[in-house]
Design a protein around this ligand. Structure first.
Ligand SMILES: [Zn+2]
Length: 497
C-alpha cells in the first residue's frame, strides 16, 4: 500500500494588509517549502500529516511524500505562489505513480488571487491525475470554509475538533484509520452537507465552552452510531473562518454514512442544534481602556496569576501583522504595573535593541510600522532589559514539539509595562514564547497577547481572568465593521445580526 502525501496550508484573511507570496512560503514559519523524504523524516509533533504518517507506517504502509508548504495567515496567496506550489504537488504526484491512495493535509480557507477556493482547485487538479475512483482523503483546519467541490472531490474530510487546536496529529490519525477502513471494504459512503446562514466570530468558537462544547459532544455521540441499519462513519464540522469574503465562507457540517438517509438525519440534527445556539455565539468585547482598568482592578483583588487580555483583532494567526499598539498604549496610559505585552512585531526595534545592548536606554518608537487605523509608533525612552535569539520550543498542549523561530527579540520596559519585541511574525500561544524573555508568565499581573483563542490552551489554566479586547487590527471581531461582497445570499455576517 503506497499513499501519496502532501501539505499546503494557508488561512486567508481577505481583509488583511499583506499577501502570501513565495517569500512568505519560503520563510521560517513552516520550515520553508519541502519536497520528498524531508517532509516526514521527523513525525513526532502535533500536525495532521505527522499523525497520519505515524499511523500509516504502523499499518506497514509506505508513505510517499510529495511537496509540503505553508505560510502564516495573511491576505490572498499570490497567483505565482499558488501555481508554483500546486504545480510542485502535481508534478511530484505524477512522478510518484502508481500509488493506491492520496492524503492531503490542507487548511480549507485558502484564497488565491485567481481562485476563491484554493483547496477545491487543488483537489480538481489531483483528481485529474488520479481519476475519480482512487481514494483521496484530506484533513482540514477547524477554520475551513468548506466548498461543495471539496466535499465532492474527496472521499472523506477530517477536520480538527478543538479550538485551541490541540488535536492536530489526532486528526491525521483519524484520516489514516478511515483510509484503512476503506481499504478493508467500507461501503461507499453517502455524504450529507449542511450550510449555516450566519458567520461565527472566532472568539466565540472556543470548543471548551458553550455553545460549541455541546454541539461537538453530540457529534461525537453520533459518530459510529447507527440510524436505521446504517452506520455513521465520520462527521466533519467547520465553524468557518469568518474574515474571508468568498462564497464558501459560512459554517458547514458534513456527515458520512452507509446510506443517504442516515447521513441526512445526522446532518439535519446537528444543523438544527447549531441554529438553535445562534444567539449564544456572540462574545463580550472590551474597549482597550475599559479592559485595562478592569484588569488592574482584578489584579489588585484576591487570587493568583495574570489577567489575560487577548488583543484579538491583530492576531498574527488570523492575518494581523502583530504590530498594532492600541492596547499597549492603553496599558502605558493607565500606568499598569507588572504588565507584559507579548508580542509586538518590529524587526527594526529588535535590531536597534541588539545594537544598543542590555541596560541601554533606547529612544525609539515601538510598533505600528504597518500604520493600521492611522496608528503611530509608541515613542519613549525604553530600557533594554533582555535580548534573545527567538528560538523557543513549545511545551503547551497545542505547540508541544513545535520550534518557534521568532528571530532576534528584545524585552523593553517603560515604567511598569514591558514589551516583548519580535522580528518574526507569529501568534503568542505557548508559555515558552514568554519564558524566552526571562519572564515567568504566572508571576505577571497582566499579560496582553496577540491571539484570539489559541492562547487559552496553555495560558488560561494559570490565569486569574480572561478578557477579549477590541483594539484596532485586521482580524475583525465584529464582522459588521466589514464590507462583504461575495457571501452567499442570505448569509448574515454576525450571529443574530
Ligand atoms: Zn484554525
Amino acid at each position: 500500500m503506497r499513499v501519496a502525501l502532501a501539505f499546503f496550508f494557508h488561512e486567508t484573511n481577505t481583509f488583511a494588509p499583506a499577501k502570501a507570496d513565495m517569500a512568505a512560503f519560503s520563510g521560517e514559519g513552516f520550515g520553508g517549502i519541502k519536497r520528498g523524504e524531508r517532509l516526514v523524516r521527523n513525525v513526532d509533533f502535533n500536525m495532521p500529516f505527522a499523525g497520519f504518517t505515524k499511523e500509516a507506517r504502523s499499518y506497514g504502509w509506505e508513505v510517499v511524500p510529495l511537496t509540503g508548504a505553508g505560510a502564516v495567515p495573511s491576505a490572498h496567496v499570490t497567483r505565482e505562489a499558488y501555481e508554483t506550489i500546486a504545480g510542485m504537488i502535481i508534478d511530484d504526484l505524477k512522478a510518484a505513480l502508481p500509488v493506491d491512495a492520496v492524503y492531503l493535509d490542507l487548511h480549507g480557507a485558502m484564497v488565491a488571487e485567481h481562485f476563491d477556493d484554493g483547496e477545491g482547485e487543488l483537489l480538481r487538479r489531483v483528481r485529474a491525475v488520479v481519476g475519480p475512483s482512487m481514494p483521496v482523503v484530506i484533513s482540514l483546519d477547524f477554520h475551513a470554509n468548506v466548498s461543495r467541490e471539496m466535499v465532492e472531490l474527496s472521499d472523506a474530510m477530517f477536520i480538527y475538533r478543538t479550538y485551541p487546536h490541540v488535536d492536530l496529529a489526532a486528526t491525521g490519525v483519524r484520516a489514516a484509520q478511515h483510509l484503512k477502513k476503506m481499504m478493508q471494504g467500507l461501503p461507499r459512503q453517502a455524504k450529507a452537507m449542511r450550510e449555516l446562514n450566519f458567520l461565527i466570530p472566532a472568539a466565540g468558537q472556543a470548543t471548551a465552552t458553550e455553545p460549541l462544547k455541546s454541539i461537538y459532544a453530540r457529534a461525537a455521540a453520533l459518530e459510529g452510531a447507527t440510524i436505521g441499519n446504517a452506520r455513521i462513519s465520520t462527521i466533519a464540522m467547520a465553524p468557518c473562518f469568518p474574515i474571508a469574503d468568498v462564497p464558501m465562507c459560512r459554517p458547514t457540517i458534513t456527515v458520512y454514512a452507509d446510506n443517504q438517509g442516515a447521513a441526512d438525519a445526522a446532518a439535519d440534527e446537528l444543523a438544527a442544534q447549531f441554529r438553535a445556539a445562534e444567539p449564544r455565539f456572540v462574545q463580550e468585547l472590551w474597549e482597550p481602556c475599559a479592559a485595562v482598568r478592569e484588569a488592574m482592578r482584578l489584579a489588585r483583588s484576591a487570587g493568583a496569576g495574570p489577567v489575560l487580555l487577548a488583543d484579538t483583532q491583530d492576531n498574527p494567526g488570523g492575518g494581523g501583522n502583530g504590530d498594532t499598539v492600541g492596547l499597549l498604549s492603553a496599558l502605558l496610559d493607565a500606568r499598569a504595573e507588572n504588565a507584559l505585552f507579548a508580542h509586538i512585531w518590529d524587526p527594526e526595534v529588535a535590531r536597534a535593541a541588539h545594537a544598543a545592548g542590555v541596560g541601554a536606554a533606547l529612544k525609539i518608537g515601538v510598533g505600528a510600522k504597518t500604520g493600521w487605523a492611522g496608528e503611530t509608533p509608541v515613542e519613549g525612552e525604553w530600557l533594554v532589559e533582555q535580548l534573545n535569539d527567538g528560538d523557543a520550543h513549545g511545551t503547551g498542549p497545542m505547540a508541544k514539539g513545535w520550534h518557534f523561530k521568532m528571530g532576534p527579540c528584545a524585552l523593553l520596559r517603560l515604567g511598569g509595562v514591558r514589551v516583548a519585541v519580535v522580528s518574526g511574525k507569529g501568534q503568542c500561544l505557548d508559555q515558552a514564547q514568554v519564558r524566552i524573555f526571562g519572564v515567568e508568565p504566572a508571576s505577571l499581573s497582566i499579560l496582553a497577547l496577540k491571539s484570539t483563542v489559541h492562547y487559552r490552551a496553555d495560558f488560561e489554566p494559570l490565569a486569574r481572568a480572561v478578557m477579549v479586547v477590541k483594539s484596532p487590527g485586521p482580524v475583525f471581531a465584529d464582522h459588521r465593521d466589514l464590507t462583504y461582497r461575495k457571501l452567499k445570499p442570505g448569509v448574515r455576517v454576525m450571529p443574530g445580526g
